[in-house]
Design a protein around this ligand. Structure first.
Ligand code: UDP
Length: 216
């Protein structure tokens, strides 16, 4: 019997970029690697077997870990709640080229792609996605199920609510300890946006400087 199964949930674009990191990260790794996907008709993707969630649950391994590699924070939340209810544990995937400085707390299930950086005194919630070349500067507070597409520049003293999505190459202006820049829960920041003001919950902003495209 295999002792440990690592499931990357999602065999599409995001998952295919995360699976190779499982074997190459600095973390200790011992076990089989599988994709979990409920909508994939293929038996394998890039030579890794694809199982439905049901089949993964029934896999006769001693311990099972899941990393949810789906960019949509709402979907990630729903799947994480189901996995937790079924007693599965979460595994964070951290690329070898990730840099982390001092006093950073990151909760379970995160993904840190290559060339991502956390500097100092940072708090990050569950199932964070920090895609290629993104950084988080000092004193930021980031909620649960937040997604950074590649190349996000999150400067110091920015607070980001649960399930917010920050598009590729967006720049979030530095706040101050007295007045952090706030990105509300479930907000979407478009690719390349330069965010200089707070972003309301459930809204969409884009452009330089970023303007509201959709209000909550
Ligand atoms: N998916 C799933 N169960 C769900 C929702 C999504 O297995 O409840 C899978 C879906 O079949 C797809 C992947 O997650 O293969 C999401 O892929 P998509 O291209 O939409 O997003 P990305 O990979 O860019 O995050």
């Amino acid at each position: 019997m295999v002792s440990t199964s690592y499931g990357i949930y999602g065999a599409s674009g995001c998952g295919r970029g995360v699976m190779p990191l499982l074997g190459s990260s600095t973390q200790e790794f011992d076990g089989e690697r599988l994709f979990i996907d409920d909508g994939c008709a293929l038996e394998s993707v890039n030579d890794f077997p694809v199982l439905t969630y049901h089949d993964f649950l029934n896999r006769p391994s001693i311990s099972k870990f899941v990393t949810i590699a789906i960019a949509d924070g709402q979907v990630r939340r729903r799947l994480a709640e189901r996995c937790a209810k079924d007693g599965l544990r979460f595994h964070s995937v951290v690329a070898r080229e990730h840099v982390r400085m001092v006093d950073c707390e990151v909760k379970e299930g995160a993904i840190f792609s290559p060339y991502t950086t956390l500097t100092s005194n940072i708090r990050i919630g569950r199932h964070f996605h920090c895609n290629l070349y993104s950084y988080v500067e000092h004193d930021c507070i980031i909620g649960d199920y937040v997604t950074f597409a590649p190349g996000v520049k999150c400067n110091g003293n920015v607070h980001i609510g649960d399930q917010a999505y920050i598009g590729a190459g967006a720049v979030l202006k530095q706040g101050t300890p007295e007045k952090p820049l706030i990105i509300g829960p479930r907000a979407v920041v478009g690719m390349g946006a330069v965010v200089t003001k707070d972003v309301p919950a459930d809204s969409v902003v884009a452009g330089n400087p970023a303007r509201l495209l959709k209000e909550n």
